[in-house]
Design a protein around this ligand. Structure first.
Ligand code: UDP
Length: 324
């Protein structure tokens, strides 16, 4: 298929472009390079452009005639979204509406949307399935939930079918070592610990050791980037085979604590890590773990790298490349 990947120069998008090309799809990447990297797009067509620019969008659809769209371009920092809700709603909501309008205009009706576990807020129970109530705690989570709701309405009104994939904690790197995480600033746990191990950062701060979890630190569901991307590939096939609009929670189904991640990085890297005990970060639930049964049964999705040490090993390999 011809697939338009919006945000294909970013962390998840760049791994997706690589996987789509390996599966012999044609790929058009659209990215404004606000946080992505041109050299992370390993093939296909690259267009530097912004979703706020409707002329650019029209040109892309007219020229390349995509048959499906994957949308990875959004702002992702929870804390920043609280301070600057305007830019989150403009980028994550308004710009996505521009993209959907272009799809309607050019009669493209298959859409795969990067959503998030943040649409749930503080969980009533874990593992979290798709029936869990949606009570996002911040503008980031709300911006994603709004688009999920828009998509349900667009399906009813315009026949635009979509799959919303709620990522839990995306982690790891390309096993071939060509791609990895390069956020600026970095706020995610695993790359921060790796930077503390490699010497690019002095220490890692643990945000709270007094949670109601076995070791007192927060438990999260880390999902390997390759498994995340293979779920998109499965979703593309699902939509192409006439599958109905749906939403899926994507995680390993197994939680690891912040302390367990630190221990895994110490083991894989063989480095001592300076760990500082900090206070809780606002809005962090004690445990977030996905129930991905629906993705496994409906999309026939089968994650490969469910072991934390494999996730950390691939990310460590990438971190070492950043030093050279
Ligand atoms: N965390 C931490 N120190 C850091 C960054 C994150 O202790 O410097 C914790 C955070 O409180 C959470 C987990 O690590 O429990 C994962 O955080 P991250 O920001 O990577 O992802 P999130 O779960 O917020 O999507």
């Amino acid at each position: 298929m011809r697939v338009l990947v919006v945000g294909g120069a970013g962390y998840i998008g760049s791994h997706m472009v690589k996987m789509l090309l390996a599966a012999e799809h044609e790929v058009i990447t659209l990215d404004n390079l606000s946080s992505g990297h041109r050299d992370a797009v390993l093939g296909g067509v690259f267009v530097e452009g912004d979703l706020a620019d409707s002329d650019c969008l029209n040109d892309v659809f007219k020229q390349y005639k995509p048959e499906a769209v994957m949308h990875f371009a959004s702002f992702i920092q929870v804390g920043e979204s609280v301070r600057k809700p305007d830019i989150y709603y403009r980028n994550n909501v308004t710009n996505t509406l521009n993209l959907l309008d272009a799809m309607r205009q050019f009669e493209v009706n298959k859409f795969i949307f990067s959503s998030t576990a943040a649409v749930f807020g503080e969980p009533d129970y874990v593992p979290i399935d798709e029936e869990h109530p949606n009570r996002p705690l911040n503008p980031y989570g709300r911006s994603k939930l709004m688009i999920e709701q828009v998509l349900a309405d667009y399906d009813k009104a315009f026949g635009l079918r979509s799959v919303c994939l709620r990522y839990f904690n995306a982690a790891g790197a390309d096993p071939d070592g060509q791609l990895g995480e390069r956020h600026e600033p970095e706020t995610h746990l695993i790359p921060l610990i790796l930077q503390a191990a490699s010497g690019r950062r002095e220490n890692i701060q643990v945000f709270g050791r007094d949670y109601d979890t076995p070791d007192g630190t927060c438990v999260r569901d880390y999902i390997h980037i390759v498994d995340l991307c293979s779920a998109h590939l499965a979703a593309l096939e699902y939509l192409n085979n006439g599958g109905a609009s749906d939403r899926f929670n994507l995680g390993n189904g197994e939680g690891f604590s912040v302390q367990e991640v630190i221990t895994a990085v110490q083991k894989i890297s063989g480095k001592a890590i300076d760990v500082i005990n900090g206070s809780r970060r606002e809005g962090d639930p004690a445990r977030l773990v996905a129930d991905s049964t629906r993705a496994r049964s409906t999309l026939m999705w089968q994650p490969k790298f469910t072991d934390l040490e494999a996730i950390v090993a691939h990310a460590w390999h990438w971190e070492l490349k950043q030093l050279s």
